[in-house]
Design a protein around this ligand. Structure first.
Ligand SMILES: [Zn+2]
Length: 313
């Protein structure tokens, strides 16, 4: 059986595994991510690969990385949360491991994993929206991963949804991820608690104070019926639905997949996203509704997708 190694590089950790052609993981592990040091990063990835390749017969390596990857899948042009600037990662790691290497944007790798082996199985047109600290995206059209002309497509979180809106780390204002991500959910819940503490009793008890409230408190408080937390989830759902309706107007996918850390609380907002999506969709009533599904593979999707893309390189 043809095996590959998938590596998912984030700002805090590196997840890796040996992936088979059915998306199964034969062996897996985690390492601390030396995010601030590109040389150490390449060495750490090569280390992990060489260790796995000594125990398994692998044919290629796929690296999913949180950054803008060029169209040849070789160079990371820029990574907001890592020290990569015009980093030739494919060449560096390739020389250290002696195997073919492909580099892919991490959200693309995750989307590919879910499309092939997770919630998108059986669909040919899939848009994956990763809702975490920000919003990442991956688009599969007609069974192909859509990368754009320069490899930088599907940065869905940075659609400017609110002109002149909340400032974003990318330098613009009003990006979708400032309204529909985990960090906006938290900010909204805190603002709600501040405006009306009486409606935020669970939230304030869990956090100790408005400043002490963290993301997991918002989920827990919402499950206990806390109004401030539930309102924040409603706002998240409405902004997500609006973005998905806009994406459907352009791409007309068969399904959307909601992934990322916030999708773990999908029971609190996915139904409202579906309702609001149907209410906001252009041409509604005269077209099939895209399915809105929750990701199935959790944190494995990125490394499985990266490994699979290396096999299909
Ligand atoms: Zn932005």
């Amino acid at each position: 059986m043809a095996l590959t190694i998938g590596v998912d590089v984030g700002g805090t950790k590196i997840a890796f595994g040996v992936v088979d052609e059915n998306g199964g993981i034969l062996e897996r592990g985690l390492r601390h991510s030396p995010a601030g040091d590109p040389e150490k990063m390449a060495l750490t990835i090569a280390d992990v690969v060489n260790e796995l390749a000594a125990r398994h017969e692998v044919e290629a390596v796929g690296i999913g990385a949180a950054g803008f990857v060029d169209e040849t899948r070789s160079v990371i042009r820029f990574a907001p949360n890592l020290a990569w600037r015009e980093e030739p990662l494919r060449k560096k790691v390739g020389e250290l491991v002696g195997l073919p290497v492909v580099v892919e944007n991490d959200a693309n790798a995750m989307a590919w994993g879910e499309y092939r082996f997770g919630a998108g199985r059986g669909e040919s047109h899939v848009v994956c929206v990763t809702v975490g600290t920000g919003i990442g995206g991956g688009i599969v059209l007609g069974g192909d991963l859509y990368r754009g002309r320069w490899g930088m497509g599907a940065e869905l979180g940075h659609m400017q949804t609110v002109p002149g809106g909340r400032p974003c780390g990318c330098g613009n204002n009003g990006c979708w991820e400032r309204y529909a991500s985990g960090s906006s959910l938290l900010a909204e819940a805190k603002a709600n608690a501040e405006a009306d503490p009486a409606a935020a009793t669970h939230l304030l008890r869990l956090g100790g104070s408005v400043e002490g409230v963290r993301g997991e408190h918002v989920t827990e408080a919402a499950r206990l019926g806390d109004r401030a937390a539930l309102d924040a989830f409603e706002s998240l759902a409405d902004w997500l639905a609006q973005g998905l309706a806009d994406l459907a107007a352009i791409l007309d996918p068969g399904c959307f997949i909601l992934g990322g850390g916030v999708s773990g609380a999908a029971d609190l907002f996915a139904d409202r996203v579906r309702d609001e999506f149907a209410a906001r969709l252009t041409g509604r009533g005269h077209r099939p509704l895209a399915d809105i599904r929750v990701a199935e593979m959790g944190p494995s999707a990125g490394l499985v997708g990266a490994g699979d893309l290396a096999r299909l390189r």
